[in-house]
Ligand binder design. Structure first.
Ligand SMILES: [Zn+2]
Length: 424
């Protein structure tokens, strides 16, 4: 049944579309991080007019932050007249590069039938707009609510979130004492609740050799052959071991319910020459070969275990393969995050989905990661989900769009969740 709040949100259809268009028209491209200040100022003006107390926070010194491309974030808070909990909606405001293949203006915000088009439409300016409309409608309907509503728009999620949510979490913005519930309106589809994500470990492995003339390779030592031995060991031992490990996390798609590893790149020997170079290669034995691995792991595994598994395999090669030597450099890591299915934010949003859509939600987890990792690990807040409008598969694609009906439905789910959590 349509509630008064549902109707109030429904009546904001045009405002929701206009807000989504405005956000798309600010081209917050990452990299390098353009117009972050502009989008924060736009939101500051809008949310201040709706009674929010807004703070613009620059992640000074965070990776990527510079005076040319400062990492700006905004946190907006509106407190009710009574004591209560705080519900926080966190959206990233950055978008990825445009890429080829567009038939619409990527920063035009074109509306056709039920869709708004543009880079970031679904990932995730549509979700940001839906959460703003939901919060504003809730406050108008229930000005005497208990607790607080917060909306943040943060930088750099597409490049790890270190100038965005990670920075804010380090500064205490997500401490459990000030925020009790977090919804991240990423485009997970309006009937799905995303409980968390797998972990990731990125490392560069280098095998060492000795340069010599290519006609007498026995006088040197070929680093590429040593790397071949590493890859063979991965095939024989590591990949089968990972494939046998399954998670209880509801990761989608199915293939990501086990441990996985991508070999991201391989470089060895002479650097590749430009396409227009017509000379022949010089005859050298390569003295170095490097690969970058992208290992995604399950909540049932540990980061140390993941690391040690690879290092043990390399040490084993070192023990039995003549002249084998290696170096390993960790590039980055992300720990898995998984909110309990009976956490208050999960059960609240699940009930709101039943009420608005008339169906049970499905529960998923993400194969990659998003900003929940920082809220969980740095902010130590375990009551966090991703829920928002949009089709995940459209993210980062040409002619990205978000459905207007989907935005309205998920705004109603968000509004009803606020009612459940903040009315006394
Ligand atoms: Zn996103």
């Amino acid at each position: 049944m349509t509630s008064r709040l549902d109707q109030r949100i429904e009546d904001q259809r045009d405002a929701l579309v206009a807000l989504t268009q405005d956000l798309i028209r600010i081209p917050t491209l990452n990299p390098p991080g353009r117009h972050y200040r502009d989008i924060c100022e736009y939101l500051d003006t809008r949310l201040t007019a709706h009674g929010f107390d807004c703070k613009l926070v620059r992640a000074k010194g965070a990776p990527g932050d510079s005076d040319t491309y400062p990492r700006w974030n905004i946190v907006a808070r509106r407190e009710g007249p009574k004591q209560g909990e705080c519900v926080h909606f966190n959206s990233h405001h950055d978008v990825v590069e445009v890429g080829k293949g567009w038939t619409k203006d990527p920063f035009g915000g074109t509306v056709e039938e039920d869709r708004v088009y543009g880079r970031g439409a679904c990932d995730m300016k549509g979700g940001l707009a839906a959460s703003i409309i939901a919060a504003e409608a809730f406050i108008q309907e229930h000005p005497d609510f208990a607790g607080a509503v917060e909306i943040s728009a943060t930088a750099d999620e597409e490049s790890g979130g270190y100038g965005g949510v990670a920075y804010l979490a380090e500064q205490g913005w997500f401490a459990p004492s000030r925020v009790q519930h977090v919804i991240i309106p990423e485009p997970l589809n309006k009937d799905r609740i995303c409980l968390g994500h797998r972990g990731g470990w990125w490392a560069e492995i280098e095998t060492k050799g000795e340069i010599a003339h290519g006609s007498m390779p026995f006088l040197g030592d070929c680093a590429v052959r040593h790397m071949g031995a590493v890859l063979e060991a991965f095939e024989a031992q590591l990949f089968p071991a990972m494939q046998a490990r399954h998670t209880d996390m509801p990761v989608v798609p199915d293939g990501a319910r086990q441990s996985t590893m991508n070999i991201n790149s391989i470089h060895g020997g002479q650097p590749e020459q430009a396409d227009d170079y017509t000379g022949l290669p010089a005859h050298c034995v390569p003295d170095s070969c490097r690969i970058v691995i992208d290992r995604r792991f399950l909540i049932e595994e540990t980061l140390d275990g993941v690391r040690e598994e690879v290092i043990a395999l390399l040490d084993d090669l070192k023990a039995r393969r003549p002249n084998f030597d290696y170096e390993i450099r960790e590039l980055n890591h992300v720990v898995p995050s998984m909110t309990d299915r009976d956490a208050p934010i999960v059960t609240t949003v699940a009930q709101a989905i039943r009420d608005v859509l008339g169906q049970d939600p499905s529960y998923v987890a993400s194969p990659g990661s998003y900003d929940q990792k920082h809220i969980d690990r740095i902010g130590t807040l375990k009551n966090c989900i991703a829920y928002g409008p949009g089709v995940l598969e459209l993210a980062h694609k040409p002619d990205e769009w978000v459905g207007i009906r989907d935005m309205l439905d998920s705004a109603q789910v968000m509004g009803r969740s606020l009612e459940a959590l903040l009315l006394k």
